[in-house]
Design a protein. Structure first.
Length: 422
């Protein structure tokens, strides 16, 4: 088990021992930075938990086959996922290497999105959601020729299939916000959890659990207090400190530290079949699929801070940041990774770029904290303001430019006499 997880040896060793001993907790927390392998590990744990045999890696029982394709009826998924780049990146891997592993990589990338719109976790009486669920069926029809056991279509037909599926998935993600876990979803999840599944365990995986709405957190806490005996709740987060202590006290934590540079390059080469050597880490790899340059992000962050710290400068976004949010090359058709994809020019791109910019800004502030470049209280206050801006864009759907301007105004209100970060 866990042969598909690169790195994370400590977490994998602990989980393997507990699963083998039948001691996997009913409520757990996988915590660590983005791209650390938390979801892949959670899905592999779900496979082992639902396996009809001993959970061996190559098991061919019905449950294991369903888990590999992400169609097991007793595993559900909630929360946000970066499907907008994972799906086309996986499609490129399949087109470059028409093997079994890349076929599963692509199908799983698509279903990581589709599984978030199932009736088990969405209100079937909501007309909007009925339309969304119909679209998920359309996606399944499109990718049906790629099912394991079937001969893959010729290269041109395969490209047409993945392009059509990509377009439908982007429509699906835009039609219904999937980055929030609502109280309605949690209530449906609780109802699903309390329906017995004879002879099988159930697994619910919640990504970015720290982004739950307050009412959803309270409802989820009730489920954590007395989870049904056959149900395992696996919460994932990049911000463990943002979870309520009442929730943390009921979760067994597993830490997923950032992968080493070697492991990240290994993921890019072995999983996504990109051996070009152009990318040194997974963040840069996925940013490229959004046509975002890490170097331009860093320049924009420096310009943003310089403008904030200059009392004579106008309170507006610097040109470097404006160019990153809406680059000319994206308007002209984008790079090879994004060319032809409508998602490269729609508002969701500006939102994703703004989030990437805030991550860059957060990294700069963390570096200043470690280096003691300014007062700790000031830096911690600024970091909190950046996190709140992040939440306004992601959770409240505030326009990126407006949210970043509000952030600039707030950062300029620093206490007098404080030094500048960095």
């Amino acid at each position: 088990m866990f042969e598909n997880i690169i790195g994370q040896r400590a977490a994998v060793a602990a989980l393997s021992a507990e699963l083998a001993a039948g001691a996997f907790p009913r409520a757990s927390l996988f915590a660590g930075p983005p791209f650390a392998g938390k979801l892949s590990t959670a899905l592999e744990a779900a496979r082992v938990l639902t396996c009809a045999a001993d959970g061996a890696w190559g098991c061919e029982c019905t449950a294991c086959r369903q888990q590999r394709e992400l169609v097991h009826p007793h595993t559900v998924m909630l929360g946000w996922r970066y499907a907008d780049v994972e799906i086309p990146a996986s499609a490129a891997a399949l087109q470059a290497n028409r093997g079994t592993a890349t076929r599963y990589l692509y199908l799983r990338a698509v279903r990581k999105l589709l599984r978030r719109f199932e009736p088990a976790v969405w209100d079937a009486d909501d007309a909007r959601m009925r339309a969304v669920q119909e679209k998920t069926l359309q996606v399944e029809e499109v990718i049906a020729p790629l099912a394991p056991g079937r001969e893959l279509p010729p290269a041109d037909e395969l490209a047409a299939v993945t392009e059509r599926a990509d377009a439908l998935c982007r429509e699906l993600a835009q039609a219904a916000r999937s980055d929030l876990v609502t109280v309605g979803q949690v209530r449906l999840l609780a109802a699903w959890a309390h329906v017995t599944a004879p002879g099988s365990r159930k697994v619910a995986i919640v990504e970015n659990a720290d982004r739950m709405q307050e009412a959803a957190r309270n409802a989820f806490l009730k489920l954590l207090e007395e989870p049904p005996a056959s149900v395992h709740l696996v919460l994932l987060t990049t911000r463990r400190s943002s979870l309520a202590t009442t929730m943390l006290s009921r979760l067994r934590p597993y830490l997923f530290p950032g992968r080493s540079p070697e492991d990240e390059r290994d993921v890019i080469a072995r999983i996504f079949r990109d051996e070009s050597g152009r990318f040194t880490d997974l963040r840069g790899f996925f940013l490229a699929w959004r046509d975002i340059s890490p170097e331009r992000l860093a320049t924009a962050a420096r310009s943003f801070l310089d403008r904030v710290l200059d009392p004579e400068a106008g309170l507006e976004l610097p040109d470097e940041l404006v160019a990153v949010l809406a680059p000319k090359r994206a308007r002209d058709g984008g790079t090879d990774a994004s060319r032809g994809r409508e998602g490269a020019t729609d508002p969701s791109r500006a939102r994703a770029t703004a989030i990437a910019f805030l991550e860059e800004l957060s990294g700069a502030l963390r570096g200043a904290l470690r280096g003691g470049g300014a007062g700790i209280d000031l830096l911690e206050g600024w970091a909190a303001a950046v996190r709140e801006c992040h939440a306004r864009i992601e959770t409240l759907n505030v326009a990126p430019a407006a949210a970043l301007l509000a952030l600039a105004a707030r950062l300029r209100e620093r206490p007098p006499g404080e030094g500048r970060p960095g």
